[in-house]
Write a new protein. Structure first.
Lengths: 348, 348
DNA sequence: CAACGGTGCTCAATCGATGAAGCAACAATT
DNA sequence: AATTGTTGCTTCATCGATTGAGCACCGTTG
């Protein structure tokens, strides 16, 4: 079809000429408000048929230029290398489309400069909202958006200049720690203090999780060794290096660990396997995040699953109905049983 | 900054008024060809400064409407739930940006209707190229793009109407099978025929991998049991159901498996752990795809890593320099050693 | 002093879709 | 017969950036 013009795209003017009518009639028919514009159904049908035949596709650039709302929603995300972010992106796309929004996602690889550049590019594309996921400097992005009159939102990591939707890290970490301690007690006879590894000491989530970690120890009156709080960053290698350094320094390693992300867990498990420590007494492990294979690794890996559906529902709730100022919305995480069952409400 | 006008965005006309000059001068300065248009460097500097102060962001819709090239490149991808696709998306974004292209990615959840809809939407946004990754019906998408004069490319799964870049599935599968058989021989004393599980019997990759699987068995003169080729789909549950059915039907299960994706491996490992089969003789496993945790699961999980960098280099090679017709470009996969070392050229 | 080339800008048309305003034709009402 | 209402369209300005054409002014040259 339409062999005569191989490259040039069909416009409403081409269709108008073919239909022997005006471009505005074509426009009205194709964007659905032809009833309102009192176009006869015969003409509407004819135009629709022609559009189909010609393989007409609207030029969004032209349409959006004219319209006041772009219906484009942007998201920046640090990485695609774990299930948590993958699930966030997939859910975001689905929910955006359900609302008639066009999602644009970009991965900024935890690079602050890229984050800013990506935000600016998204503004150029006239996004109506920008969701900053796990951004290193969310407030900078909120400022940039604010100056352009574009709404922004923080996801996963909070900021102070836009509504933030994050997991309830404190409560989640406290419950996760409690569970690891219970497993530790069952396995070793007594609850022994755990190691905390992964994350950045400077980020809110890590701070809150350490706080939950401390609280759970305090709850059962077990003292923490401050040298065993290793907020060494998220990369797998950093966890390995950190553990190796600890093993060099100490006679005895902790018998259990709270691992702050699946990415860190990757390094931890690799080190455990290769280092030769823990050969005849594998540690009791818990991880703040979920991965299907990690779940199958040992018998005793306790995992928290962040409630991605819940978090994104909250995101779109804010987008649809607004939120006051830079509010902080905390979503309780979900505890995953080893046999794939989900148990809600960790504190129940 | 720019407090007076909270919502309305700054345009080149606003900047022109502020600078006491014309919009065309502003445009020339901001898009970099002010030398060609003989604008003085004083004026250029002034305009640049003003643009910065006002937080000006170009309106891409307007710019793209006027220009002939959009510099937008689209990709559709089935899922974000494994490292392979995550890595494809991340690499694609990086390489696109390096070339000054703006990547738009959308996830179609293996839904043929969504694929077509996504392709049409991307055409509306004037993409110059569309990369269909693992599409269920790549030719349909090529047709749609072709009608609009837009280039298309297939990645991961081949089509017949556009250049396709895929892994060398046959060679990869043959070498993977060979390795599993070697491991099987080392462990059990003799090389026993393997089970093939996962993938769709209708897709090219699965067909080729089964062919490689057969070839490797033939190479050492071991006969395959045809009932042990289970192309049950990609979802984890399908692999579980399929294995369960096999276990009900047979007295003895195969001692080794070729698993066709990490997603299928998820189901396989879960079933092995929960079903009670293989309790005192864990099977020798190989997987066509790589996952960091799966790599740590057993001692004997052999994994092939598809060469994402290589595949995307080939994609952009085609985009930059063209390819003849619907050529098929096969990229050799990479074999991963259990200690994280990479060994190239599987056939060496 | 006229002609010429160079510099430094402005003007106005254009990309494709949209929608307010308007117009012609006819029907219904006073 | 004049007014009003309704239907079914068309006309045209507009969104913001881009770019070919053109204009005014300068210094230089013959």
């Amino acid at each position: 079809m339409n062999q005569d013009r191989p490259t040039k795209k069909t416009t409403i003017y081409d269709l108008a000429e073919l239909a022997g009518t005006s471009a505005s009639a074509v426009s009205a028919v194709l964007n659905g408000n032809w009833k309102k514009r009192r176009i006869s159904s015969q003409l509407a049908e004819k135009i629709t048929r022609l559009a189909e035949e010609q393989g007409y596709a609207i030029n969004m650039q032209a349409s959006l230029l004219r319209r006041e709302k772009s219906k484009i929603i942007g998201m920046i995300v640090p990485k695609y290398d774990n299930r948590y972010f993958g699930s966030i992106v997939e859910t975001f796309e689905t929910m955006a489309r359900e609302r008639g929004l066009f999602p644009i996602i970009t991965c900024t690889r935890r690079d602050p400069e890229l984050e800013v550049e990506a935000a600016r590019t998204m503004l150029s594309y006239q996004v109506e909202w920008l969701v900053s996921t796990g951004a290193t400097d969310p407030d900078r992005i909120s400022d940039i958006c604010g100056a352009a009159g574009v709404g922004s939102l923080n996801l996963d990591l909070p900021g102070t200049k836009a509504p933030s939707i994050i997991s309830d890290n404190f409560t989640g970490a406290r419950e996760l720690t409690r569970r690891i301690l219970v497993n530790s007690k069952r396995k070793l006879g007594a609850a022994r203090p755990l190691l905390f590894i992964g994350g950045r000491g400077s980020d809110h989530n890590t701070v809150e999780r350490v706080r939950g970690f401390r609280a759970a120890h305090a709850d059962i009156g077990v003292a923490i060794d401050e040298r065993h709080i290793l907020t060494c960053g998220y990369a797998p290698e950093k966890a390995e290096i950190s553990l190796q350094a600890l093993a060099m320094a100490e006679r005895e390693l902790p018998s259990g660990m709270f691992v702050n992300s699946t990415i860190s867990l990757e390094g931890v498990m690799h080190w455990i396997k290769r280092s030769g420590h823990y050969v005849n007494h594998s540690p009791v492990i818990g991880c703040f995040d979920w991965d299907p294979f990690a779940a199958l690794l040992g018998d005793e890996i306790e995992m928290v699953r962040q409630d991605v559906q819940g978090m994104l529902s909250a995101v779109f709730e804010v987008i649809d109905h607004g939120a006051k100022g830079a509010s902080l919305i905390e979503i309780p995480p979900i505890f995953v049983d080893s046999n794939y069952a989900l148990i809600n409400d960790p504190m129940a």
